[in-house]
Write a protein that binds this ligand. Structure first.
Ligand SMILES: Nc1ncnc2c1ncn2[C@@H]1O[C@H](COP(=O)(O)OP(=O)(O)OP(=O)(O)O)[C@@H](O)[C@H]1O
Length: 250
């Protein structure tokens, strides 16, 4: 069992990415409360500052209930901060209308979750096609080709016509990653994508994330409870009780 802070200290020793890359995500004093105005109002994030640059791969660690998913939901524009500033891909988001947030999210952000939310009765290929469809009712040849390429890039070409529900957990997570990459997002948010997998499958999914990050310059926020995987990231932040208590690397 790693000591608290060990992962962040060791990550600091790793080589940092160049600091002159453009900023993809910037949070300043972000606070989040739930049940605002009700007797059970609770502040879960207490003023988070965070900068993520193009091509940076940042682990987010911290105990259960510390606010990691809440933070990812805010960065992913699925939820709004109660206070503070959030810039995504250079756009200040806090004053944006819902439809503008949806547009920015769709073009700039890919999500991979612990429970990958694939449609089990649909094939691997169909799952990857979903975000490419947009308003189109049916996929065109270019969409089908892109989905096939994405599945190939995660090593799943032979399984493209398998119903997703029949694939192994690791394979399903790779389909989820291919789906998240469909729109070529600048930012990938991964909330414990390896949490449900055996060590070998977790390593394979992590290696894929790392490869995408290195080859395409995708910035990644990667929530994990696994200190060994955190050590392989460019930087690590530790969130405890809604505050960033340690930051290393970057
Ligand atoms: N919609 C909500 N309404 C009220 N409280 C919430 C809501 N979502 C999260 N919380 C609370 O916010 C706190 C932080 O939750 P969050 O899921 O962000 O933690 P976490 O660090 O991701 O935990 P885990 O590692 O277990 O996934 C918890 O106390 C949780 O109960």
């Amino acid at each position: 069992m790693a000591e608290p802070g060990q992962a962040t200290k060791q990550a600091a020793k790793q080589t940092a990415k160049p600091a002159d890359q453009p900023v993809v995500v910037e949070l300043k004093g972000v606070r989040k409360s739930f049940n605002v105005g009700l007797p059970n109002e609770t502040e879960v994030l207490h003023g988070i500052d965070l900068t993520l640059r193009r091509g940076e791969f940042c682990a987010v660690m911290g105990p259960s209930g510390s606010g990691k998913s809440t933070l990812l939901n805010i960065v992913g524009l699925l939820d709004r901060p109660t206070q503070g500033l959030l810039k995504v891909c250079g756009e200040e988001t806090t004053a944006l209308a819902d439809h503008a947030l949806t547009r920015l999210r769709g073009h700039s952000i890919g999500f991979v979750f612990q429970f990958h939310n694939l449609l089990g009765a649909f094939t691997a290929l169909e799952n990857v096609l979903m975000p490419l469809l947009g308003d189109a009712g049916f996929p065109n040849a270019a969409m089908a080709e892109r989905a096939a390429e994405l599945l190939d890039s995660v090593g799943l070409s032979p399984w493209r016509n398998q119903p997703a529900g029949l694939l192994s957990g690791g394979q399903q997570q790779r389909v989820a990653l291919a789906r998240a990459l469909a729109m070529n997002p600048a930012l990938l948010l991964a909330d414990e994508p390896t949490g449900n997998l055996d060590t070998q499958s977790a390593d394979a999914v992590f290696d894929l994330l790392r490869r995408v990050n290195r080859e395409q310059g995708t910035s990644v926020l990667f929530v994990t409870h696994n200190p060994e995987l955190a050590l392989r990231c460019d930087k690590t932040i530790e969130v405890v009780d809604g505050r960033v208590v340690a930051q290393a690397g970057g």
